[in-house]
Write a protein that binds this ligand. Structure first.
Ligand SMILES: C[S@@+](CC[C@H](N)C(=O)[O-])C[C@H]1O[C@@H](n2cnc3c(N)ncnc32)[C@H](O)[C@@H]1O
Length: 221
């Protein structure tokens, strides 16, 4: 993938600005956040898929959310996060200040909140889904399967943390492989530390995949 000429924001600067804001408000982003390369990828993916309605699991201090919102003046983002940390509150207020009316944060355990939200908003679907929440296999698997209710056949899905040799990557990698094997998603692209690869090598610090949701099986009788 190459960087398009009209990319509207510089992601390293965006990351520095948000980090500074969180620290100034005594809310350090304690969990990992997306690297500038990954933010660049998310921005490019939003632009090339022409996504306007984006859903993500894992808000933290709002790095990925602000990236999506910077892509186009019409993008909106729905984020799910436990919301237990101060960074989530400060990050949410900062997003609302910069992008008023374009962001929703649903607090709580996404294993339950995603399905609950889908049940309360029948027919609501998104153009792009980003999964970067809990790292245990059970969380990652629940996030992939439950998000399907908020997506259409073909909706782009980005799965983060596909580094099984790292403590935070075993669960997401296993859940993503299972989703491919069971025919829930198709994988189209794989990235290691910002570069497109055929397979992820064991030296990778960061790896993620771009895929899409497949059609739901027809249940008969
Ligand atoms: C790696 S951070 C997300 C980073 C974010 N996408 C960014 O780029 O700034 C993971 C987030 O997932 C959230 N999380 C962990 N387990 C969760 C769960 N069961 N339900 C909802 N959110 C969860 C954490 O609170 C944390 O903010």
């Amino acid at each position: 993938m190459t960087t398009s000429a009209h990319v509207p924001v510089e992601l390293a600067a965006l990351k520095r600005r948000i980090t500074r804001h969180l620290w100034l408000h005594a809310s350090p982003p304690l969990e990992g956040s997306s690297s500038p390369e990954e933010l660049q990828f998310l921005l490019e993916t939003t632009l090339r898929s022409d996504a306007r309605r984006i859903v993500e699991i894992g808000f933290n201090g709002g790095f990925s959310a602000q990236t999506f919102l910077s892509a186009h003046p019409d993008t909106t983002v729905l984020s799910f996060d436990l919301g237990r940390r101060r960074a989530a509150r400060t990050g949410k207020a900062y997003v609302d200040e910069l992008f008023p009316g374009r962001h929703t944060l649903i607090e709580g355990d996404s294993r339950f909140t995603v399905s609950q939200y889908a049940g309360e908003h029948p027919g609501e679907t998104f153009d792009l889904a980003f999964i970067d929440g809990g790292h245990a296999y059970e969380n990652a698997w629940a996030d992939i399967t439950n998000l399907r209710a908020l997506c259409r056949t073909g909706t782009t899905v980005v799965m983060d943390d596909l580094v099984p040799w790292r403590p935070w990557g075993a669960g997401p990698a296993r859940a993503w492989s299972q989703a491919i094997t069971e025919g829930l998603v198709d994988q189209h692209e794989l990235y290691q530390d910002g570069k497109r690869v055929a397979t992820v090598g064991q030296r990778a610090t960061r790896a993620w995949a771009l895929g899409s949701y497949r059609a739901l099986p027809v249940v008969c009788c």
